[in-house]
Design a protein around this ligand. Structure first.
Ligand code: NAP
Length: 292
């Protein structure tokens, strides 16, 4: 069994981006980070994004509207960033306060600056296999992890647990593409799927993204499976200072001995998400320069 080390792969991608950015003359790629309110998890995610941008030699600009901002005011800020030629990518950190419709805000971001890949146009481009679009960072990170761990998907059965727009659906759309690195046969499972363990047992590659701690157990996988565990769940743990530990959607102690490869939680998919956000921003920069 091999552990796929997401920290190591993400560090390699960051080093590649740093080398590429160093070759750019003049203005460097710039990401605008919009964080509404003071959600503790959002604060730490945005800090990590700022630090990674700095490490690569990119610019990041932080916008911190108060939790009381209205949807219309937030859209005005996005319009300003859309119009600013020195901003290549815009990230609005989720979750947004109650009363603000997230999808409407994501759609407001100009598609060519939508480095999170949530805009309708970018989801459409993903379905059309149009590589000028932006793929959401977590599913893009999953594919990079698989490729760099030398997992071939062609002809394999990929089972995706979860059908969210930010992970499950785009991951499935990527795996099924007519590309040498994809060409998988894909099954998507969700809460209404009947006889789910019978399907997961068929998986050559199992991507678990449901947000249920240790849901996938040893009886649900076949020996030799490659498991990508996307879940990030807090489980109460009195032995920890924080009072909780992080766990994935897979019961690692019993499932991992059956796997040929598996990602850990933490240290698997998580670090890839930030690396792919930066990769998308560098792509947006390249595309805007090419169009200028
Ligand atoms: P989500 O929007 O809540 O979607 C969960 C999906 O799982 C839904 O499609 C749901 O089905 C399905 N599901 C829930 N319970 C199920 C069950 N018992 N059996 C089968 N399917 C079930 O979650 P998400 O945003 O995709 O995130 C999934 C997990 O990934 C979370 O733990 C999240 O924290 C983690 N995540 C990690 C990263 C990272 O960077 N590492 C990034 C994003 C998300 P229905 O559609 O039928 O409701």
């Amino acid at each position: 069994m091999e552990i796929i080390d997401g920290n190591q792969v993400a560090a390699t991608i960051i080093a590649e981006l740093k080398a590429e950015v160093a070759t750019f003359s003049g203005r460097k790629p710039c990401i605008a980070l919009v964080r509404v309110g003071d959600d503790p998890a959002s604060i730490s995610y945005v800090k990590k994004k700022q630090a990674t941008a700095a490490e690569i030699g990119m610019e990041s600009r932080l916008f911190l509207p108060p939790v009381t901002i209205t949807q219309a005011e937030l859209c005005t800020l996005i319009d300003q960033l859309n119009a600013d030629d020195t901003v290549d990518g815009i990230l609005v950190q989720s979750p947004l306060p109650k009363g603000i419709e997230e999808v409407a805000v994501f759609r407001r971001i100009a598609a060519h600056k939508d480095v999170d890949g949530f805009h309708t146009l970018n989801l459409g481009k993903l379905a059309q296999e149009d590589e000028t679009g932006f793929v959401a960072c977590t599913p893009a990170g999953i594919m990079e992890l698989l490729a760099r761990a030398n997992v071939t998907l062609a002809g394999k059965h990929v089972v995706v647990l979860g059908r969210s727009l930010i992970v499950g659906k785009p991951a499935a759309l990527l795996a099924v593409q007519r590309k040498v690195w994809a060409n998988a046969t894909v099954t998507i499972c969700h809460s209404q799927t009947a006889n789910l363990p019978a399907l997961t047992r068929q998986a050559d590659v199992l991507i678990a993204a449901i947000g249920k701690a240790e849901f996938v157990t040893a009886d649900m996988v076949k020996p030799g499976v490659v498991v990508i565990d996307v879940g990030v769940n807090r489980v109460p743990d009195a032995s920890r200072k924080t009072g909780y530990r992080l766990t994935g959607d897979v019961h690692f102690p019993t499932v991992s001995p059956l796997c040929s490869k598996i990602t850990p939680v933490p240290g698997g998919v998580g670090p890839m998400t930030v690396a792919m956000l930066m990769k998308n921003t560098v792509k947006a920069y390249r595309q805007s320069r090419a169009a200028a």
